[in-house]
Design a protein around this ligand. Structure first.
Ligand SMILES: [Mg+2]
Length: 202
């Protein structure tokens, strides 16, 4: 089986990092939950949409190295390898932020992978199995082109897109239960990487 995996908010968790940066900039009360969506909603409620947009560039660019890996992801990859499955990362993000300093977001993401996705110092992904595309359409085309049999993503609109091949098993990574399962009958809901393994191992 070839397992395709999204990157942002699926492999990488930004919750603690957005909370930290917003606290540093004195933009949120200290007791706000350490959650990206909570930080976004607080900034928007205070009329700080522009600040939120710039903060994303800063976090995904300058502070990327501090982002966390979701618990269980390395163990999941080791299981996939031992079971004979291939795994690829297929993500889409703009090359540069929408506002603020022009960080290279692809380079920051690849540097994060280089540092964090290792086991016993060795890379968990080969260079040719990591794809950062510029648009959602290119991401979907890549998923098709490399022949994924399953795809894990935190965004229903990717999994449910018309260009997503019907034969692919679609797992919705939803650790904070942002989506009601009944809304997406074609999707397998998972809340952690152990769940992903159980779903694919069944
Ligand atoms: Mg994502």
């Amino acid at each position: 089986m070839h397992i395709g995996i999204d990157f942002d908010n699926t492999v990488v968790s930004y919750d603690a990092l957005f909370h930290r940066v917003a606290l540093e900039q004195a933009l949120i009360p200290p007791d706000l939950p350490a959650n990206k969506v909570a930080v976004r909603d607080q900034l928007r409620a205070n009329g700080l949409e522009e600040t939120w947009i710039e903060m994303q560039g800063y976090v995904y660019g300058a502070r990327m190295d501090e982002a966390a890996i979701y618990p269980g992801f390395v163990e999941f990859l080791l299981w996939a390898r031992s079971a004979g499955h291939a795994a690829s990362i297929v993500s889409h993000k703009t090359r540069h932020p929408f506002a603020g300093p022009q960080y290279d977001l692809h380079a920051a993401a690849r540097a994060w992978i280089d540092t964090h996705l290792r086991h016993e110092r060795r890379h968990l992904f080969a260079q040719g199995s990591i794809f950062f595309e510029l648009t959602k359409e290119e991401k979907l085309a890549r998923i098709e082109a490399i022949g994924c049999d399953a795809f894990i993503d935190d965004l229903p609109e990717i999994l449910l897109a018309d260009a997503m091949p019907p034969r692919i098993r679609k797992l919705l990574f939803d650790p904070d239960a942002n989506h009601a399962p009944a809304d997406h009958a074609d999707l397998v809901p998972v809340i952690c990487w152990a769940d992903v393994r159980n779903a694919l191992d069944a």
